[in-house]
Design a protein around this ligand. Structure first.
Ligand code: BDR
Ligand code: CA
Length: 312
């Protein structure tokens, strides 16, 4: 059984990852930590609360950091909608957030139950960096740490072309996190943007999900329509990219991974063109301790089935 703490900036693909986790028979969601990212925290927090209502589970939701540690560069409202869930008026009916800050909640939970929780970070790493500042021993107290972020051969998805969104949104936070895992000798399980592209979701799979016609599949269809249109305009066909569900699939079923490489990854902070790039020591030259298990391939059919299960 995986006990998950999900740090997230919902976000259409975050939402799908949460639906997937909530439906999985061998997982429980112990907490959702909201962070600013795709859109502002007021939206991501509200969306997290909407999602716990949709999955009809008693999951505590904590508000975290509203801004990157140092400087705001860009959000992803053009992909996810101004409200983060496709601008179709989704809102929670009754749920409210806990009063504790997300970073404090993470430190508290990890210390109450060392080695029990798998932390899945599918947004910028701001909350995690703050938690690490409060408790540098955090890496020792987690069972696993799965991150969606980065572009390990610099094929990014932001205006700073070699950087991926979650890392580029808050490079300083990502730097703190990758260095902390290196210092601890632990491995971040990293699902990057390039793996996301390699595991794109074809139009016929999406149509199959729509045809389920359940409350969750109707919710999915509604919130993702704008993103589908955004991607169709770029790719010239109907398809989706499931960055956060891909990371969640790895968290839920680690044996879904068919190819991975352990390497040292650092985060570029100062490059004129490369700020936010995840610099990967592919040839093992820098002599530093590997801090990342880079997920390269996983079983695509199993991945699609896990997502479908979340919509039933
Ligand atoms: C990541 O950025 C966000 O827009 C998505 O939710 C995902 O976490 C992909 O680069
Ligand atoms: Ca996200």
């Amino acid at each position: 059984m995986e006990k998950l703490i999900i740090d997230t900036d919902p976000g259409v693909d975050d939402a799908q990852a949460i639906l997937m986790a909530a439906a999985h028979p061998n997982a429980t969601i112990a907490a959702i930590l909201a962070v600013g990212g795709n859109v502002g925290l007021e939206h991501t927090l509200r969306n997290a609360l909407t999602l716990v209502e949709v999955v009809e589970q008693e999951i505590p939701v904590y508000a975290g950091c509203s801004k990157p540690l140092v400087i705001f560069q860009e959000d992803a409202a053009d992909v996810h909608g101004q409200d983060g869930l496709g601008d179709v008026g989704l809102a929670p009916q009754t749920r409210t957030a806990e009063s504790e800050h997300a970073a404090l909640a993470l430190v508290r939970m990890a210390n109450e139950s060392p080695g029990e929780y798998t932390l899945v970070a599918i947004g910028p790493l701001t909350n995690i960096a703050v938690a690490l500042t409060l408790d540098p021993t955090l890496p020792e107290k987690l069972k696993r740490f799965v991150v969606m972020g980065g572009a390990v051969t610099a094929h990014g998805n932001t205006s700073n072309v070699s950087a991926e969104f979650n890392i580029f949104y808050d490079p300083e936070a990502a730097h703190v996190v990758f260095e902390a895992w290196e210092a601890h000798g632990g491995l971040i399980e990293l699902v990057d943007w390039e793996a996301t592209i390699r595991h794109g979701i074809p139009g016929d799979v999406i149509e199959r999900w729509h045809a389920l016609d359940t409350p969750k599949s109707r919710f999915y269809q509604k919130m993702s329509a704008k993103t589908l249109e955004f991607i169709r305009n770029i790719m010239g066909r109907s398809m989706m990219f499931g960055a956060d569900p891909l990371a969640m699939a790895v968290a839920l079923e680690p044996d879904i991974v068919t190819k991975a490489e352990v390497r040292h990854v650092s985060v570029e902070l100062t490059g004129m063109y490369t700020r936010g790039q995840t610099t990967t020591d592919w040839n093992q030259r820098n002599g530093r301790t590997a801090n990342t298990n880079i997920i390269l391939e996983l079983d695509t059919d199993r991945f699609f089935s896990l997502m479908e299960q979340g919509l039933k």
